[in-house]
Design a protein around this ligand. Structure first.
Ligand code: MN
Ligand code: MN
Length: 267
C-alpha cells in the first residue's frame, strides 16, 4: 500500500499571522537539501529514487475563500485515498485538518485522531470565525464521524475549550503532566501534528510561540509508541510550520525529520 503526499498551502484563516502556506515547499527543500539522508531512525530508506513506495502529489492550488478551499481539500483527499492509499499532508495552518479528516472519516469507520499541539483548537469560534485554525477539532467533533480524539502536549487550555473538551469527550494529555504515554489505540488512526507542540526552542518557526513544550525527541518517542501498537495510521498531517518566522531553516528541518518518521510509520 502506497502513501501519497499532498501539499495543502492554506493559511487565510490563521488568527494571528499568515505564513504556513509557504511550508510545503520549505519542508520539501529541507528534505532534499543534501544535509540529511532519507532513512528513518530505524534504518529504512525512504528515498523515492531508490524505490520507496510513496508519491508526491504536489501542492493544491487554493484560493483564500474558506468554503472553496476546504471543499477542494476534501475532494482531493477523497480522491487520493480512494484506491486504499494512505495520505500524508503538509499544511498549511491547522484548519486543513478538518477537510482532511472528513475525507478519511468518510472512508474509514471508527477513526481515532491523535493530535499533537500546544493548543486544543476546540474553539466554537474565535472572534466570530468558525473556520479559524483555532476551531478545526470543534468542527470535526460536532460532525460526530470519528470515534475518538486524543490530544497530547496541550498547554493553553481555556475555560471555554475545557467545556468543549468535556462536551465532545476529548482525551486531553497536557504538557504539564510529564511522563505522558500514548494510550492504547484501536482501529484506524489519523495523526495530526501541529509543530508548535514542540517547545519554540526546538521549532521557532511558528505563529504562536508557546514555551514549555515538548522536545523533538519526545515527539519522536510518541510516534514510536504509535508505531509499536497494532493499529494502522491511515492518514496524517503536519501543520503550522511558519517559514517566515523560522531561524536558520531549523523548523523546516525539524519538519523534514518528523515528515520522514511519519512516512516511515505509514509505510
Ligand atoms: Mn493547532
Ligand atoms: Mn498550535
Amino acid at each position: 500500500m502506497t502513501v501519497k503526499v499532498l501539499g495543502v498551502p492554506y493559511d487565510a484563516h490563521s488568527s494571528y499571522l499568515r505564513g504556513p502556506a509557504s511550508a510545503p515547499p520549505a519542508v520539501r527543500a529541507a528534505l532534499n537539501n543534501g544535509s540529511a539522508n532519507w532513512c528513518t531512525e530505524d534504518g529504512r530508506d525512504l528515498d523515492p529514487d531508490r524505490g520507496a513506495d510513496w508519491t508526491d502529489l504536489g501542492d493544491l492550488d487554493l484560493s483564500d475563500d474558506v468554503h472553496q478551499a476546504t471543499a477542494l481539500i476534501r475532494r482531493a483527499a477523497t480522491e487520493a485515498i480512494a484506491d486504499g492509499s494512505k495520505l500524508l499532508s503538509l499544511g498549511g495552518d491547522h484548519l486543513v485538518a478538518w477537510p482532511l479528516v472528513q475525507a478519511v472519516a468518510d472512508r474509514y469507520d471508527d477513526v481515532t485522531i491523535v493530535h499533537f499541539d500546544a493548543h486544543p483548537d476546540l474553539y466554537d469560534d474565535l472572534d466570530g470565525d468558525r473556520y479559524s485554525h483555532a476551531c478545526p477539532f470543534a468542527r470535526i467533533m460536532e460532525e460526530g464521524k470519528v470515534a475518538r480524539l486524543v490530544q497530547m502536549g496541550i498547554r493553553t487550555m481555556t475555560p471555554h475549550q475545557r467545556e468543549q473538551a468535556d462536551r465532545f469527550g476529548v482525551e486531553v494529555y497536557e504538557a504539564r503532566d510529564t511522563g505522558v504515554v500514548v494510550p492504547a489505540l484501536e482501529g484506524p488512526v489519523y495523526v495530526s501534528i501541529d509543530i508548535d507542540v514542540l517547545d519554540p526552542a526546538f521549532a521557532p518557526g511558528v505563529s504562536h510561540f508557546e514555551p514549555g513544550g515538548w522536545s523533538t525527541r519526545q515527539l519522536l518517542g510518541a510516534l514510536g509508541q504509535i508505531a509499536a501498537q497494532e493499529t494502522e495510521v491511515v492518514g496524517a498531517d503536519l501543520v503550522e510550520i511558519n517559514p517566515e518566522l523560522d531561524v536558520h531553516g531549523l523548523t523546516a528541518m525539524v519538519g523534514a525529520k518528523i515528515f520522514r518518521e511519519l512516512l516511515g510509520l505509514m509505510l
